[in-house]
Write a protein that binds this ligand. Structure first.
Ligand code: SAM
Length: 291
């Protein structure tokens, strides 16, 4: 049987089921099996690996995953694709398709139920681009059982995930991702490997879950409130951004300045220049007084 990820077979499947793409669900299907094989090679998926896929579509990536992994669990939100997947993936007995919005999935439960006999769990996905960040954050906040993520996404989002302090793409998302993982762009992907081709450029990003966090914070919610607060207006200094952040706490500029200085940070710096360790210094200094 020919690979699903070819223009010809994909067209045949779409025609057979009279399938019309839904832009609102980020439906751009992979039609190049070589790109998929490269991803699997980089992700080092083996017969001991349990894979979670988000959005299998018509099964282009799922099929290749099924060939090399021990088991694959795939979440698909679009009801119309469920019978298509039952058909296209029928040769593989190690795939479970779950008809569900992945944002509502209980990841630990899923792993326990379907992948508990796998040595390692990896996420591999050509993500629906409109919800890339919520999907990744939802996984990272819920579980540390996943060792690696290999996901295709819009280039600009991938650059933000892996950005370093001082760069244009660096923001609170880069800090959150850096807190949970080591992020790296592994490959650029041309628009021509998708049907229909997306309007944006794509890249594959590797996230390796950290065994130890780069900073130790007791109250993660507050820590991320601080990192987000520093970027509310990118061009403003941290002290000015924090003034609006703590307006309910009735902190005056002088007090906030004093506390940031106590953290050993120049309050005139901008959020984009601070490392995660420096945010931790601010968190420690602010903890008792403002929060
Ligand atoms: N993996 C397929 C491929 O590479 O050809 C399809 C990838 S396509 C970019 C994204 C897929 O995610 C679509 O099948 C879409 O229906 C599905 N999807 C969109 N939102 C979703 C959600 N919230 N939960 C699960 N699947 C979703």
């Amino acid at each position: 049987m020919r690979d699903i990820a070819t223009p010809k077979r994909t067209k045949e499947i779409l025609d057979k089921y009279k399938f019309k793409f839904k832009k609102s669900l980020g439906q751009n299907f992979l039609i190049d099996a070589n790109v998929i094989r490269e991803v699997l090679h980089k992700a080092d998926v083996t017969k001991n690996t349990g894979v979670i896929e988000v959005g299998p579509g018509i099964g282009s990536l799922t099929e290749q995953l099924a060939k090399v992994a021990k088991k694959v669990v795939a979440f698909e939100i679009d009801q119309r694709l469920i019978p298509v997947l039952a058909d296209t993936l029928s040769p593989y007995d190690n795939v479970t398709v779950i008809h569900k919005d992945v944002l509502e999935a209980n990841i630990e439960e899923t792993i326990k139920e379907h992948l508990s006999d796998c040595d390692e769990i990896v996420v591999v996905a050509n993500l629906p681009y409109y919800i890339t960040t919520p999907i990744l954050m939802n996984f990272l906040e819920q579980t540390t059982s996943i060792s690696r993520y290999y996901t295709m996404m819009q280039k600009e989002v991938g650059e933000r995930l892996s950005a370093q302090p001082g760069s244009k793409s660096y923001g609170s998302l880069s800090i959150a991702i850096n807190y949970y993982t080591e992020a790296k762009v592994v490959q650029h992907v041309p628009k021509t490997v998708f049907m229909p081709p997306p309007n944006v450029d794509s890249i594959i990003v590797e996230l390796k879950t950290r065994k130890e966090k780069p900073v130790e914070v007791e109250d993660e919610k507050t820590f991320f409130k601080l990192t987000r607060g520093a970027f509310v207006q990118r061009r403003k200094t941290i002290v000015n951004n924090y003034q609006s952040l703590f307006v309910d706490g009735k902190k005056k500029k002088a007090e906030i300045t004093e506390m940031i200085e106590k953290a050993g940070i120049d309050p005139r710096r901008r959020g984009e220049s601070l490392s995660i360790e420096e945010y931790k210094q601010i968190y420690d200094a602010l903890e008792e007084t403002v929060l």
